[in-house]
Write a protein that binds this ligand. Structure first.
Ligand code: NZQ
Ligand code: ZN
Length: 387
């Protein structure tokens, strides 16, 4: 195990009816609030009215930025920055899924910064200051509710890149599982794949002697696998939705990488696909991850054997290590298919035309991944396997 620091300042407010605490949670941070939300799901569910009532209750002045796209765009983030500056906003409230949360974080970082907020995504600048923000999560997937990351798409450049800082952790995140009852099946599936993928990125590591971190990871995977199918069969099953929500948060809130070298190559590759084709992040991961696994498993067969046996209950009797490892990868593929996720880029209408460009962009800052360092040709091979 390597040395590490753990820092997570986000107050998690979890459970039924917790939106009722919003006013009190916002109060210490200010009274001029930018309310950020997506394409309207919060209006349909009634959450918008509840949020407005809470903010009215503390006498806040509320400004709005709606229409945050899935794969949130830089141009929309810039609109939010403008509103904050014009209206002297002192707190940002994000209400929605990962896209709304990420856009809000980028706005928070962009307001006090004199240059282009995209600079944070291309390593031209680091975040030194940010407005405080809070979130109400309506979709269990990204972990953005309890981490310091934001992923933004630059539609003009066809690039999708992340920024990160301890300054953009939400001050609080309200997680009421009932708010996810209305998430449609395809988005529920995308969320399941995304949270499992976050675990994979941190579990398939070359670091040894990390039994606790490995068991944390395996228990999150098993909990997602069990509860994912229940939530898909019955979207209003509170316990299943609650368990999924907690798994999504813990898959990417800094718990799993304690003293572990993490990978993140597959996310890098997926971001290139969604940058060009604007597909859902979870759908891209469902296609690419099993192919990444097949491409790299020989680097450390023992970890893939452990995965197959502990997570998928593959019976090792009479099988070689390679056979056990491959059975675990096949079980992953089969589960994704069973919950309705796509298996090939072709299913999403994506052909091989842009493979070169995507592979080149993925390694723009050098080889990606640590389980196996991937050069451009490796990325291209994985994308070819995914066609
Ligand atoms: O826009 P609205 O109308 O709200 O509809 C959304 C959107 O269409 C809908 N939705 C959300 N909550 C709902 C709901 N529909 C009905 N009922 C509800 N309760 O779901 C659609 C997708 O929302 P989105 O926020 O895009 O999904 P997700 O949470 O999966 O976020 C994906 C984005 O997060 C990034 C991805 O790259 C992608 O851009 N990621 C962010 C990460 C982070 N910050 O740490 C890590 C991830 O790996 C990921 O890269
Ligand atoms: Zn992800």
């Amino acid at each position: 195990m390597n040395s590490f620091q753990l820092y997570n300042p986000t107050r998690l407010v979890f459970g039924k009816g917790t939106v009722a605490q919003l006013g009190e949670l916002v109060k210490p941070y200010g009274k001029r609030i930018l309310l950020v939300y997506g394409g309207g799901s919060i209006k349909r569910t009634g959450l918008y009215d509840e949020v407005k009532a809470q903010l009215d209750g503390i006498g806040a002045a509320v400004f709005e930025l709606s229409g945050i796209e899935p794969n949130p765009r830089l141009s929309t983030v810039n609109k939010g920055i403008e509103i904050c500056r014009r209206e002297r906003v002192d707190f940002i409230l994000a209400v929605g899924g990962g896209s709304v949360l990420d856009a809000s974080k980028a706005i928070a970082a962009g307001v006090p910064y004199e240059g282009d907020v995209w600079d944070f995504c291309v390593r031209k600048a680091v975040i030194r200051e940010a407005l405080p923000l809070g979130t109400i999560l309506t979709l269990a997937a990204t972990g953005s509710e309890m981490n310091g990351n934001a992923v933004i798409s630059n539609w003009e450049l066809k690039q999708k890149r992340g920024m990160g800082s301890k300054l953009i952790y939400p001050k609080f995140s309200i997680l009421d599982p009932e708010l996810t009852f209305t998430v449609p099946k395809d988005q529920t599936t995308n969320g399941i794949v995304d949270m499992m993928s976050h675990v994979f990125e941190q579990y398939f590591s070359r670091t040894t002697d990390t039994p606790l971190q490995e068991r944390f990871a395996e228990s999150i995977l098993q909990t997602v696998i069990e509860n994912g199918e229940i939530a898909l069969a019955d979207g209003s099953n509170y316990e299943a939705r609650a368990n999924l929500m907690l798994c999504g948060t813990y898959a990417l809130n800094g718990t799993l990488p304690l003293g572990v070298v993490t990978d993140w190559a597959t996310h890098g590759i997926e971001h290139e696909v969604s940058a060009i084709y604007d597909i859902a992040h979870g759908a891209g991961l469902a296609i690419i991850f099993p192919n990444w696994m097949k491409y790299v498993y020989k680097e450390r067969v023992d970890r893939f054997v452990q995965y197959a046996v502990r997570v998928w209950n593959v019976d090792p009797a009479g099988k070689s290590d390679d056979e056990i490892a491959l059975a675990g990868i096949e079980a992953t593929r089969a589960y994704f298919t069973r919950i309705g996720a796509p298996a090939t880029l072709g299913q999403l209408g994506i052909g091989g035309e842009e493979l070169d460009r995507m592979a080149a962009e993925a390694v723009l800052f050098g080889p990606i991944g640590s389980f196996k360092k991937l050069e451009k040709d490796d990325v291209k091979a994985i994308l070819e396997m995914s066609l």
